[in-house]
Write a protein of this length. Structure first.
Length: 345
């Protein structure tokens, strides 16, 4: 009798522990899912605000400062620095947003050296030491808990990521101290900043065009850049599938246009095919198409079982960040290779 009661008690304890473990795992998964959705939303908001700002300011310094502010908001950062490498290989400060932490006699050596270097207008690879030399490399640099490594001070957490276009290391973005519930950044934040950096690198390319060329050359360069952007919007080849074939082609009526198509693999069996036509021609249509493509790609996995919801989200974002004269016609197909079905919206 006693043995049976003991056995029942042990089984009960095991079941209770297992239930608590499963509840904890479920909670962790919900937190991760919520964070992933939040990151996608932050990225989409940044892309929308950033894309809609392109070309509205003729002051390139003011425009880059605005972009740095977008990064500050998306990353919940205390301070953001954007550096661009010049032809001599030196990193010039092109934008800053936020508040740089104060340095005093109690500031640890590494934090003091870092903040003094970031306060300069130029950084020189090979001549900088310590953390700055690591920040200037073409790989992401991340210190989750700065104080644990270098002592208590004004620097809590640090991320620096390279800005790359076609394997060219154009510059770096450095963010300092998260302003949210915790001052520490995570590896998910590194991924988010890496995603934002590609958009900022595109902006730097526009800035270089405006800074280095005259009006006529600038127009030609903008068209070439827009053509490059449009080509980047189109997949090199349609995805190969076992049980059906896909063919696609796009020919612009002018140098550039707002037409694009895309194929997004949202899961092992589901692929989203998108075709769109932005109003107008030339650079404005191309940039509107780029913004639309970014919104679709950012939200495709989130709405993979709700095409109507995806279309509403794209429409909402475009409506918020474009004027009344701009619009885009878009259609999409959700292809299920397992069930051989197609959903259209």
């Amino acid at each position: 009798m006693h043995f049976a009661l003991i056995a029942i008690s042990v089984v009960g304890v095991i079941l209770l522990v297992r239930q608590l473990y499963l509840q904890r795992q479920f909670t962790l998964l919900e937190v991760q899912k919520s964070r992933a959705v939040s990151d996608r939303t932050e990225l989409a908001d940044f892309i929308n605000r950033y894309s809609s700002s392109i070309g509205y300011s003729h002051d390139t310094e003011e425009w880059m400062t605005q972009v740095a502010g977008f990064v500050e908001s998306a990353m919940e950062a205390r301070a953001v620095w954007i550096y661009r490498f010049n032809p001599e290989g030196k990193a010039d400060l092109v934008a800053f947003s936020g508040r740089c932490p104060h340095i005093d006699s109690n500031t640890p050596r590494q934090a003091r050296s870092l903040l003094r270097a970031l306060s300069q207008d130029q950084l020189i690879p090979g001549e900088e030491s310590g953390l700055i030399s690591q920040i200037l490399t073409p790989t992401s640099f991340y210190k989750e808990d700065f104080e644990a490594c270098y002592g208590a001070g004004p620097v809590k957490s640090l991320i620096a990521v390279p800005m790359m276009i076609d394997s060219e290391h154009m510059g770096i973005i450095c963010v300092l101290n998260r302003t949210g519930p915790t001052p520490f950044y995570s590896s998910e934040d590194v991924f988010l900043l890496e995603s934002l950096s590609s958009q900022v690198a595109l902006g730097l390319t526009f800035v270089q065009v405006y800074d280095e060329l005259g009006r006529k050359q600038r127009i030609e360069q903008e068209l070439q850049l827009a053509q490059s952007i449009q080509r980047s919007l189109l997949p090199l080849d349609p995805p190969a599938q076992d049980n059906y074939c896909i063919h696609a082609d796009c020919r612009a009526a002018r140098e550039v246009s707002g037409d694009f198509y895309d194929f997004i693999q949202v899961s092992e069996n589901l692929m989203l095919a998108v075709i769109a036509d932005a109003t107008g021609k030339g650079v404005p249509a191309c940039m509107l198409a780029a913004m639309c493509r970014s919104i679709v790609r950012t939200n495709a996995e989130r709405f993979k079982e709700d095409l109507e919801g995806l279309m509403k989200e794209v429409n909402r974002k475009l409506f918020e960040d474009t004027d009344y004269a701009q619009f885009i016609t878009l259609a999409c197909l959700l292809i299920d290779s397992k069930d051989n079905t197609v959903e259209y919206a």
